[in-house]
Ligand binder design. Structure first.
Ligand code: SF4
Length: 381
């Protein structure tokens, strides 16, 4: 039984209780400061428990950013480097393989691979990153390349998206991460990342990936110059593709971290508060009725906010993570890795049951011999 809500929320509460889809205008209401955050959280929690019960999912993973040298200059990015900047790096096969070995040694099921667009790197180098890892560590799931990178590979090869995806699958690609989405609406996108793949290309890439049987994630970067209607527009666009393909597994709301970024400095932007983070988590859970999982990425949110998020719509807090650079370059003060014991404790403290999953949402069973993917996790309505 839900508590009484503010009058403005009453019709939306009825829809949620009835399992009906919320409209764009409903989304704008959820964004209104008149809607109290605890009420929003309570509704999001209702949906979250319908879909995922008391589960708190996590995985054991490692990040690999094979280069930070990037010819683009997204104004929100603190990770990228110029070629001659001392901060710049470009990994060779040996370094890439060392990261794979470290992942396997630490029981990882997944490598999350994204990076810069190095203008001197040929397509074959990007393909080789996937190929050498897959050949050496075939049980490691390679979740690699955002549509921004796939678009760059299309330019390098002069081939269509489908060709690049098929070629990467042949090399060992397992799924796509959710990055590069930022904010789809051109009023914002043209100001913060005007050069990189636009929303049409982003959706084309995920549509093609889903058609080829790949699963993928999706994200939204909030807390900078966007307005509420830009965020709701973003969520509705994701929901529409999901209606069509059902290929998204998880949505990850990503808070903008302004430190060391042009956007943060020029617009004098501060990092979103925990209350803003929780509101975005809850709104995402309520609007994205056809996406099974909502992830509270603890690296970006901080551990405490990620824990509270498990009562505000989220059912997953990502992984143990290792070698995270993108948010730490932008000032994140979270640890760079969390142990399995710690991550399970974080979930238990939030009142949820910790469940290790693999990238494709199978329960992971571990034994002295290693790990295996058990049954698929199926979310409810
Ligand atoms: S967000 Fe990605 S594409 Fe944009 S500058 Fe940073 S590394 Fe390059």
């Amino acid at each position: 039984m839900l508590r009484t809500s503010s009058p403005i929320l009453a019709p939306i509460r009825e829809k949620i209780e009835a399992g009906e889809r919320l409209s764009f205008d409903d989304g704008l209401v959820l964004e209104s400061p008149e809607v109290a955050l605890p009420e929003l959280g309570e509704l999001a929690n209702l949906v979250r428990e319908r879909k995922n019960g008391n589960a708190g999912y996590y995985n054991i993973n490692t990040h690999l950013n094979p280069t930070n040298i990037c010819l683009y200059r997204c104004t929100f990015c603190a990770f990228r480097s110029d070629l001659r900047d001392p901060k710049g790096y470009w990994m060779n096969d040996e370094q890439v393989l060392a990261r794979g070995q470290e992942a396997v040694d630490n029981g990882c099921t997944e490598l999350h691979i994204v990076g810069g667009l190095h203008h001197q790197a040929k397509y074959d180098w990007y393909r080789q990153v996937v190929q050498v890892l897959h050949d050496a560590y075939p049980t490691l799931h390679l979740k690699a390349w955002t549509p921004v990178e796939i678009d760059w590979f299309c330019r390098l090869t002069k081939k269509p998206v489908r060709w690049v995806l098929e070629d990467m699958i042949e090399a060992g690609l397992g799924s796509l991460p959710g990055g590069g989405a930022e904010i789809f609406h051109p009023e914002v996108r043209n100001q913060i990342c005007e050069h990189k793949a636009d929303s049409r290309r982003w959706f084309e890439t995920h549509r093609e990936a889903h058609a080829l049987g790949l699963r993928s994630n999706c994200t939204m970067l909030y807390g900078h110059i966007e307005q509420p209607y830009h965020r709701i527009d973003h969520l509705v666009r994701l929901r529409e593709l999901q209606d069509e393909t059902k290929g998204f597994q998880t949505f990850i709301p990503l808070a903008f971290h302004p430190e060391n970024t042009k956007l943060g400095a020029e617009r004098n932007i501060t990092k979103p508060s925990a209350l803003v983070d929780l509101r975005q988590m809850a709104i995402a859970r309520l609007m994205l009725d056809n996406i099974d999982h909502i992830k509270a990425y603890w690296i970006m949110l901080g551990i405490e906010t990620a824990q509270i998020s498990l009562a505000y719509g989220a059912d997953d807090i990502d992984g143990t993570v290792r070698h995270e650079l993108i948010y730490h370059d932008a000032g994140a003060t979270t640890p760079e890795v969390m142990s399995v014991a710690d991550i399970e404790q974080v979930i238990r403290e939030a009142g949820r049951d910790p469940i290790e999953r693999d990238t494709l949402y199978h329960r992971v069973e571990r034994s002295a011999a290693g790990w295996r993917a058990a049954e698929a996790i199926t979310a409810g309505a």
